[in-house]
Design a protein around this ligand. Sequence first.
Ligand SMILES: *Cc1c(COP(=O)(O)O)cnc(C)c1O
Length: 391
Amino acid sequence: MKLNENYSNLKESYLFSTIAKKVNEFSTANPDKKIIRLGIGDVTLPLCKAVVSAMKSAVDEMGVQSTFRGYGPEQGYDFLKNAIKNYYLEHNVELESDEIFISDGAKSDLGNILDLFDKDNTVLVPDPVYPVYVDTNVMAGRKIVYINANEENNFLPAPDKNIKADIIYICSPNNPTGAVYTKDGLKQWVDYAIQNNAVILFDAAYEAFITDNSLPHSIYEIEGAKNCAIEFCSFSKTAGFTGTRCGYTVVPHSLGKLNKMWLRRQTTKFNGVPYIVQRGAEAVFTPEGRKEIETNLNYYRENAKIIAATLDECGIKYFGGKYSPYIWLKCPDNMSSWDFFDYLLTNIQVVGTPGEGFGKNGEGFFRLTSFGSKENTIEAMRRIKTLICNG
Ligand SMILES: *Cc1c(COP(=O)(O)O)cnc(C)c1O
């Protein structure tokens, strides 16, 4: 047996383990100090009532002979695909049911989709980046090139004609920077992809945070995108499904063989998302579900506003926050990402994520999330104000 030696090319991810280690060391030495964590990329509000009630009914159905269900369709039940189809119609995107594939989340699909592409493709990822895009391609031994996302381009790089790439990753609203592409910005990428015979892998995990409908929720709002883009989305951040697990991927028929290949891949290697979970996801699209998840999203949006207002007051430059749960701030006094991390932890016990952990262009930046509680967010900002505005 021979190992996949590409795994030895993976960089050890020290980011979250280093954060945990530093926080643990501090709290052991200072047990009386209350630490506030605004570094987490996970939701904290519970599932909404409509989802819980739909899942409970589904559990009851599973316990009765006449409504029990075994294996479902690998690519998802029609009731959920139809709900998603109708949601896309609200953004004037028409999809067919068999272009939508239900899965246990966007992360798996983002990794698994690579089964459809030869090793001999060049991959383009923005820096800073969600590490999954990089690591899944390293595992396959693919060549990766980077495009700079930085202050000059507001963390929204435009395509560079001198870079040749076959597989392009775009995440908008972005993790970690919170930056959101306009329709014009995305159109440039769609045009570039078509010219280069490339495919765009579009990660829409945070689309629900967009409130300005002139901004695209889906890449298919852009003309031509169905000829070059696969879209990944998830109920994780939209409806608090990070532990419940449900997402979906759209592979348009106009991408040629890819739609049938993905169907074949999924029906061969995947046996579908639990019926109970799919009923829960369906409830997200009911009027009650929509209202309830909107209340939760507004709670996080309010936290983002509280953070943004404090940074404005302190004259700290930041990106994102308006249409995403991430606020990407520039460390004051040209501090490095890790120096700023230590500075906040030691002086005011506020924990965020050093931007450097997401790529070289993240150096000097710092990610705060709005996924904490309102009380903790207010208290963290009070401490930041005391330390930085008045300090
Ligand atoms: C959280 C997140 C996802 C969602 O992943 P799931 O597997 O659906 O929970 C996808 N992409 C990005 C960039 C994320 O931050």
